[in-house]
Structure formats: C-alpha cells, structure tokens
Design a protein around this ligand. Structure first.
Ligand code: SAJ
Length: 423
C-alpha cells in the first residue's frame, strides 16, 4: 500500500504537526484549512500556532516542496480529518466541522482512497462521517454498506499527543487504529507506519472513539479527585500536598495534583461526549466535570477572603489600594497557551470584581491581547513581587518555583499549585 499524496484537513494543533511530520518523511502533503490567513502563513513556511520545534519542521517541509496549504481540497490517496469537535448547548457534541470537512473532500474522493477521522469524537461519529460522504458520492461505495468490498476505506485514529510535546509524542506514542472494517484498519495502519515508531494497535471505529474519550475522562476523574481532596483538606486544615505525597507512598496509590481547575481543549470537553451519549450511566464522569469546573469559583472565594482579612489587618487601607498579583495565565505549566485556561478565567474575574490593581505574571508571553483581560497589567516576576499584597499562584511554571514564597505571609498567598505551601 503506497500513499503518494496525503491530505490533512484542519491545520491546527494536531493537523499541522501531523502534516509536517508526513512531509518530513518525504510524502507529498496537501494541508487544507478554511482559514486563508493560516494557509498563507504556512505557505510562507511559518506557523500560526505555538508548539516547540514545529516552526523548523514546517519551514523545512514547505521550502523543500513537500507541504503546501490550500483552502479547497484536492485529490489525494489518504485524507486525515483533524478539525475541532467542540460542544454546544447543554454539552452536546457539535459535529458541524466534521460534517463540513467530509462534505468538502467528497467531490475529490476516488476509488481506493482512505479517509481517517482524527478529531476526538463521540461514539458513532466515524459512521456518521462515512454516511455524509456516501450521501455526497452515490457513485462510490462505503464500508457501512459494502464492507470489505467498499471503494473508500474509513477509520478513526484518535490523536493522543500532549501539547508542548507534540512532535515527539506523534512519533513515539502507540496509535489506536479503529477501522470500519479489517481492511480499513490495515490501510490506516500502513499509513501511520510512515512515521509512527510506537505500536499501531487495531480495533474497530467505535472502540477507538471510546478509547480516546476514556483516556481523557480517566485523567479528568483523577484530577477531580485531587481537586476535591484540596477542598476537603482546606476545611480540615490539612496540607493537601503533604497528604498526597504521603498517600502516594502506598504502592498502589497515585493521586494527581490539585490545581485551579482543568483547562485545555480536551480534558474539559471530551468527558461530556460520554455523558451526552449515556447520561444515566456516566454519573462519576459527570460529577468529575462538575468538581473541576467549580474549582475556579472556589479559588476566587479564597481571594475575596484574603482581601477581607488583609483589610482587617490594615484598617488604614481601602480595597482600591490592595494589589493582587496572579502568577501564571497559561492552562498548564511551561507552555504559553492561554486558551481554555482556568488561570486566565480567574484573573479576569478578579480584575472584574477587585477595585484595586490586578497584576498578572506570565513569563511565556510578551503581551496580553487587547480585551483578553481588561484592567490587568502584565508584569515581570520581580515587578509583581515588589508590589504584591495578595499573591495568587495559578500555574506552576518553572520560573515561579525559585521564588521564596515562604517569605510571604501565608494568609496572603492563595496557592493553587502547592508551590508555596506544598514545599
Ligand atoms: N492538571 C491538574 N493536575 C494534574 C494534571 C493536570 O490540575 O495533576 C490540569 C492541567 O493544569 C491542565 C489540565 O489538567 O489545566 C489538562 O492538562 P494535561 O496535561 O492533563 O492534558 P492536556 O489537555 O494538555 O492533554 C491531554 C492529554 N491526555 C491525557 O493525558 C490522558 C493528551 O495526551 C491528549 O492528546 C490531549 O489531552 C488531547 O488532545 O486530547
């Protein structure tokens, strides 16, 4: 099975690195995106997203002529769909991007082509995608009606890479390959073997869909456990970080770390895809989402209490003269991605309710986008430490770990990451 030309639909955090890695293996890659600006950026050999080393790989792929970006799909031997799958309304999955992508490639499909859905999807989405393509191309046959005899092969192969380590994990992680039939799986596995050094493990499409949702739900439930513990320990006057360290000495216990909430684009979204399909069964998964989503509010309450205590101890001051410094805006440590970040949401809310100055420190960015955080001043670590009355530690970036937090009065440090109090 040889793939001369590979097309990747959706050139975002997953699609662009995937396209670039195929191109680095000297495959002809056509990247497709509806965003003309992103397409132009990539065709200049530049990138519009942040991921370590991706700029170099894309630059090389474009200048050597293996990768080009377009807005309208062109014929290829394999199509990988890596578009967003957000939720809408009451956490219902929104498959409209998959629908548009599959309808956009349908006109250029030909007998023998492989279509892979990489986007994280609710169970049944791959079959639905195949249906959309079949409706658009009645002249071709698809696996849902023609099984192993179908003209077009269809599979779900979820991405599982960790933001910040995408290029390494794309190559090294094992890959779950869920074909709609055995031949679909074989063809998809052959494609991934172009660059995957991990194992390509074969299953069916529905199990592959559920596998990805299970991985992220597992993590969400475990983080919720840590977050719930942090709130229990706060009530009981116990240091949660010491407690977790001690409990983790048990050979079969491995508790994750509490934080200000769960951010990113996957873990706070994917569990809802399970809940929306099976609401009566997915009770624990739903509760975990609710615990994690409630954590930012809990942190804001702690900040309000600290301000009240501060004013009581310093009666000559008004709230307008209290400076709150928030350390970290990104959704997790040592990255610069502010999207879906609980830290960002907390800082925005503090700036909204607090009449005094709100300072934010984010060593991984140089400026805050306009309107990103009104009334928030971006500062250096030193600048913030010189002015701070109440410190809110939100992200455990490496730069914050060397700060002598112990020198601060503990009731004025709200430490959501165990950097000051977890020592
Ligand atoms: N977090 C905690 N405590 C912890 C671990 C994480 O509060 O002990 C928070 C982080 O601060 C962050 C959020 O959880 O706000 C998510 O971070 P993460 O590092 O757990 O995961 P992501 O969103 O960067 O990437 C996840 C990964 N999934 C798993 O580890 C099961 C990645 O492999 C997936 O490919 C990715 O989701 C995705 O695209 O689905």
């Amino acid at each position: 099975m040889s793939f001369e030309t590979i097309s990747v639909i959706g050139l975002g955090y997953i699609g662009l690195p995937t396209a670039a890695v195929f191109a680095s293996r000297k495959k002809k890659v056509i990247g497709v995106d509806v965003n003309q600006k992103a397409v132009d950026t990539i065709n200049r050999g530049e990138i519009h997203i942040v991921e370590p080393d991706l700029d170099m790989v894309v630059h090389a792929a474009v200048t050597e002529g293996y990768l080009k970006a377009v807005t309208i799909p062109e014929p290829a031997d394999a199509f990988l769909i890596a578009v967003p799958t957000p939720f809408k309304g009451d956490h219902e999955p929104d498959l409209s991007y998959i629908e548009s992508a599959s309808k956009a490639i349908a006109p250029v499909l030909k007998k023998g082509d492989l279509v892979i859905l990489e986007s994280t999807s609710p169970v049944g989405a791959t079959e639905q995608m195949a249906e959309w393509m079949a409706e658009a191309r009645p002249d071709l046959t698809f696996p849902q009606t023609h099984g192993e005899e179908s003209d077009i092969r269809v599979a779900h192969c979820p991405e599982r890479v960790l933001p910040g380590h995408v290029l390494r994990e794309l190559v090294q992680n094992d890959r779950v390959i869920g074909g709609m039939t055995a031949k679909c799986s074989d063809k998809a596995a052959a494609l991934y073997k172009t660059f995957v050094e991990g194992e390509c493990v074969i299953t069916n499409a529905r199990t592959a869909e559920m596998c990805k949702l299970t991985e992220n739900s597992f993590r969400d439930v475990n983080i919720a456990f840590a977050n719930e513990l942090s709130m229990i320990c706060d009530k009981l006057d116990i240091n949660v970080w010491e407690l977790i360290r001690l409990a983790n000495r048990h050979p079969r216990v491995n508790i994750l770390q509490p934080g200000p909430g769960v951010g990113g684009h996957c873990i706070a979204v994917d569990p809802w895809f399970v809940v929306s399909k099976t609401p009566e069964q997915a009770r624990l998964i739903r509760a975990a989402r609710e615990v994690n989503d409630s954590k930012p509010e809990w942190v804001i309450e702690k900040v309000n209490l600290a301000v009240a205590e501060y004013l009581q101890a310093n009666p000559e001051k008004t709230a307008k003269e209290v400076t709150i410094a928030c350390f970290g805006l990104a959704f997790k440590a040592d990255i610069d991605d502010l999207r879906e970040s609980p830290a960002m949401a907390i800082v925005q809310e503090i700036a909204f309710i607090h009449p005094g100055p709100t300072i934010a420190v984010e060593p991984n960015i140089s400026a805050l986008q306009e309107n990103a955080a009104r009334n928030v001043t971006l500062s250096s670590i030193e600048g913030a430490l010189n002015r701070v009355d109440i410190a809110v530690l939100l992200v455990d970036h490496k730069q914050f770990k060397s700060v002598e937090w112990k020198e601060f009065s503990s009731q004025y440090v709200i430490d959501t990451r165990g950097m000051a109090t977890g020592l």
